[in-house]
Design a protein around this ligand. Structure first.
Ligand SMILES: C[S@@+](CC[C@H](N)C(=O)[O-])C[C@H]1O[C@@H](n2cnc3c(N)ncnc32)[C@H](O)[C@@H]1O
Length: 266
């Protein structure tokens, strides 16, 4: 059941995760939230989505969960910066949650199931800690479904490398398309499955997304793993980084990032 988290928490990764809001990353969940709900945010990362969700369910309490104290400290800092006092913090693993059955109204995980060793077991645990009538909400990207233009050769190389490294770590990078199947395997019978995208196509967005990936392929845990396992050489990584920069600099550059998402009624 163990998997290694492919991205790690390098600044180049956090730059991407800190851009996320409840609106751009959890829109499928928002119509279901109400004031007073208790919510568990699993794999909360740097906590920007967590903070937004806390504001939406206040005075309901939110529990932010991460796998290590250093990772959880990132969310602590963001929540403190916002002056939000309704968030509790806990270290844990989605495969074995330390909560009684039926503890939460809503259990949420954004971009987490693609990184875990057993997503079906994870969904079973998420359901267990949700009260009857409550909601399990998940959203994951689907790397093979990312679509971009122009077809810079190094970007196909990037996708191939990312998929090999993520699978080598025990994850499933094409998780979006599999979420519904995983939920059915976990025993959910009342599931609404949708998809949504991020699109980066103006000069500022392209510079941010392309620059972020150019840095990530050189400096994040993905780069370290690629080098350590022989999946790529330093020269390969530099070529891929240059491909992201040239895509970002192209006035025709466009990318759409597909996500699968579920609302599972318990
Ligand atoms: C891609 S990040 C997403 C962070 C945040 N949800 C967001 O979207 O900004 C995935 C997070 O899941 C956490 N994670 C990985 N494996 C986990 C596990 N088994 N249980 C709980 N969290 C896990 C990682 O530490 C990481 O911070």
């Amino acid at each position: 059941m163990t998997a290694v988290y492919t991205h790690g928490h390098h600044e180049s990764v956090l730059r991407s995760h800190r851009w996320r809001t409840a609106e751009n990353s959890a829109a499928h969940l928002l119509p279901h939230l109400k004031s007073g709900d208790t919510l568990l945010d699993i794999g909360c990362g740097p906590g920007t989505i967590t903070g937004d969700l806390a504001a939406l369910v206040t005075p309901g309490r939110v529990t932010a969960l991460e796998v290590t104290e250093p990772a959880l400290d990132l969310a602590r800092a963001e929540i403190a910066r916002r002056g939000v006092e309704s968030v509790d913090f806990t270290v844990g693993d989605v495969h074995a949650l330390d909560f009684a059955d039926g503890t939460f109204d809503v259990v949420h995980a954004h971009q987490v199931l693609q990184h875990v060793g057993d997503p079906v077991a994870a969904l079973c645990e998420m359901r267990r800690v949700t009260r009857p009538g409550g909601i399990v909400a998940v959203r994951d990207s689907d790397y093979a479904a990312f679509t971009w233009f122009p077809e810079v050769p190094g970007l196909a190389e990037w996708l191939d490398l990312y998929e090999r490294v993520a699978r080598g770590n025990g994850g499933e990078p094409d998780a979006g398309r599999r979420l519904l199947a995983w939920a059915h395997a976990a025993g959910f019978t009342d599931v609404t499955a949708t998809s949504s995208t991020w699109c980066f196509a103006d000069p500022q967005d392209r510079a941010w997304w392309g620059g972020m990936w150019a840095d990530r392929v050189l400096t994040s845990d993905m780069a370290r793993t690629a080098l350590a396992t022989g999946a790529a050489t330093e020269a390969d990584l530099h070529r891929i980084a240059e491909a992201w920069k040239s895509w970002a600099a192209d006035p025709d550059g466009w990318i759409s990032v597909l996500h699968g998402e579920l609302i599972c009624r318990v």
